[in-house]
Design a binder for this molecule. Structure first.
Ligand SMILES: C[S@@+](CC[C@H](N)C(=O)[O-])C[C@H]1O[C@@H](n2cnc3c(N)ncnc32)[C@H](O)[C@@H]1O
Length: 266
């Protein structure tokens, strides 16, 4: 299968991307998964990125398997079994799991619904499946720009990115809003979801995250005919505090496998 993920964790920009995700999301992620974490709990971290969640789980005494397509950022993890693994190829060994967590991974994968079902099936009775996603405002809502002409740059660049990387064969921008229903349909109980976010402001964390994603996609956008001057101005804009827009929000969803529910043998 060709690689569906358009970004590269094993690059400087990929490292900055995962650092910004940690800054924006780690505290809430820990609150979400904490009820499933105890010494000896078997945990699977999918698309582990820089490993901040896997490291926290191991620090709590859990037994952790961390998988990613790129494991270059997962070198200094103590007490974590790190595996280079494509989750399209199935759930890795080590289950059934008391916690399975994936953050901003499934939205990139075509088989996301099927994979969610496979993950639910790999839970131990009482185990939690916890998912986090980025959703994009469609269309984005521009609130303020520094210079005349910036609104047009914003629309041109984001319009082209949307056309190139989303839709039936690309990232699913509203998958986050659908996860709750899929967790319930997979037979999980205590399904809960929360939606949160803030405007992207140039230079602030969310603004730098948007800039980072666009910088990673810039070579492909330039190949598709996006003007380099637009890409350069876009990158400047998202460092300028006078630039404000609604561009993305986050959704976290979780569900728990019933105690006594059948567990597949592995
Ligand atoms: C946006 S990053 C998120 C990293 C981390 N979960 C976080 O939130 O900080 C997505 C990660 O998923 C990994 N990934 C993408 N497709 C994958 C797949 N099919 N199987 C395993 N990992 C995958 C990427 O390499 C990347 O490290």
């Amino acid at each position: 299968m060709t690689r569906e993920y358009h970004f590269r964790t094993a690059t400087d920009l990929g490292r900055e991307q995962t650092e910004l995700l940690q800054e924006m999301l780690d505290e809430r992620t820990r609150q979400l998964i904490e009820p499933a974490v105890r010494p000896g709990a078997r945990c699977l971290e999918i698309g582990a990125g820089s490993g901040s969640v896997a490291r926290w789980l191991a620090g709590r005494g859990a037994s952790v398997v961390a998988v990613d397509l790129d494991t270059e950022q997962l070198t200094d993890l103590r007490d974590v079994a790190v595996l280079r693994h494509d989750i399209n190829e199935g759930v890795p060994p080590g289950g059934p799991f008391d916690l399975i967590h994936a953050r901003t991974v499934l939205m990139h994968l075509q088989r996301r619904e099927q994979i969610l079902g496979e993950l639910a099936a790999a839970l131990a009775p009482g185990g939690m499946l916890a998912l986090g996603e980025v959703c994009l405002h469609d269309p984005p809502r521009l609130l303020a720009v520094p210079e005349p002409g910036d609104a047009e740059v914003f629309q041109r660049v984001l319009g082209m990115a949307r056309e190139a990387f989303t839709g039936p064969n690309g990232m699913a921008l509203d998958w986050g809003l659908e996860m709750d229903g899929h967790l319930a349909a997979a037979g999980l109980q205590e399904v809960r979801s929360e939606l949160f976010g803030e405007p992207a402001v140039g230079g602030a964390t969310v603004g730098r995250y948007v800039r980072n994603l666009l910088l990673q996609l810039s070579p492909a956008l330039a190949e598709r005919g996006c003007a380099q001057s637009d890409l350069d101005r876009f990158a400047e804009l998202f460092l300028d505090p006078r630039m404000r827009c609604w561009y993305l929000h986050f959704v976290f969803s979780s569900g728990v496998k019933a105690n006594g529910a059948a567990t597949p043998t592995s």
